[in-house]
Design a binder for this molecule. Structure first.
Ligand code: MEV
Length: 311
């Protein structure tokens, strides 16, 4: 029986989340931790998920769709694959190396890996641009609204400068990152709405925070290009406190960012906030021990640029 395997990376942001919603630039990184799907032809949809963090669940057919948004993503991706490539049935094993709903783009990565796997089974060509568009349409269907940033970064890989619909690949080397997984409260949607409401009440204040974040991104790109990681780290930490000033962080994440300051060049919340991923540059064993001392799982991550068979 033909079997296919595909991987789609998780995403962290070095700079610029939230400001990017208002047309400012951001720098996002595809990491080598993400979602892997192994798929075979089957009848209907059958999915087994294995989370390296939370264990394994088995699910067959349609029954869990309403109960779990995770399966809703897969179901919607499956419908799209059927429409697009005439796939008639898929047995898939979905292995997630990151927990869901922590701001690491795992839903985009799940949809991305599933669609790449389905395209592989169907023998269909799938460009990164098409994949990004398909991930966006699935996320929009399931969530009601979606970010194009995560879908395009998981589809394209690498380190990307994102501004509006523009995606510029930065040919830069980045040392290994420390990715800390802290508990998260709030959804991307509610946090983006909170910033919108704050901006409506005090536009000049919020816009000046975004303008500073924009300067951080521009300077950050220059520091990345010259390999000045100390500067990159300093700017990440500044970006963290600007996001915190908008109410996007929490006390635990702030304490962690402070505690990490002696062990890394810089650290920040990554993504929509309310807890979730904290990214630090560079990875060090002592930084990892600090994060674990707080009781958080922490992983080492590299930039994912590559392709494996079926990717
Ligand atoms: C979410 O990972 C990043 C945000 O900037 C939303 C977006 O860009 O779509 C908060």
């Amino acid at each position: 029986m033909v079997e296919f395997e595909a991987f789609s990376p998780g995403v962290v942001k070095l700079f610029g989340e939230h400001a990017v919603v208002y047309g400012h630039p951001a720098v996002a990184v595809a990491i080598d931790r993400g979602v892997r799907v192994v798929c075979r032809e089957g009848s209907g949809l059958r999915v087994r998920t294995v989370s390296t963090i939370s264990g394994s669940v088995e699910w067959i057919g349609d029954k869990a769709v309403v109960e779990s948004q995770f399966f809703a993503y897969i179901e919607a991706a499956y419908r799209l694959a059927r429409e697009r490539w005439g796939v008639s049935g898929i047995n898939a094993e979905v292995v997630s190396e990151l927990p869901p709903s922590i701001g690491a783009a795992t839903s985009a990565a799940t949809v991305g890996a599933f669609l790449k796997c389905a395209a592989g089974l169907a023998g269909a060509e799938l460009s990164a641009e098409e994949l990004a568009e398909m991930i966006y349409s699935v996320e929009k269907l399931v969530q009601g609204a979606a970010s194009r940033m995560d879908g395009s970064v998981t589809a394209m890989g690498g380190v990307l400068l994102v501004r509006g619909s523009e995606r510029v690949r930065l040919n830069v080397e980045i040392p290994e990152l420390l990715v800390v997984l802290t508990p998260r409260r709030g959804t991307t949607r509610s946090l983006v709405a909170m910033v919108r409401e704050l901006r409506e009440r005090m536009p000049e204040v919020v816009d000046s925070v975004f303008a500073t974040i924009s300067s951080i991104v521009n300077r950050g790109v220059r520091c990345l290009e010259s390999g000045d990681y100390r500067c990159v780290g300093e700017l990440m930490t500044m970006n963290h406190w600007l996001l915190a000033s908008l109410g996007l962080s929490n006390a635990q994440v702030d304490s962690l960012v402070r505690a990490l300051s002696g062990a890394v060049y810089g650290a920040k919340m990554s993504g929509a906030g309310g807890g979730g991923v904290v990214v630090a540059l560079p990875y060090t064993d002592s930084a990892r021990a600090i994060a674990e001392g707080f009781g958080y799982e922490a992983v080492r991550a590299r930039v994912w640029n590559g392709t494996r068979r079926g990717d």
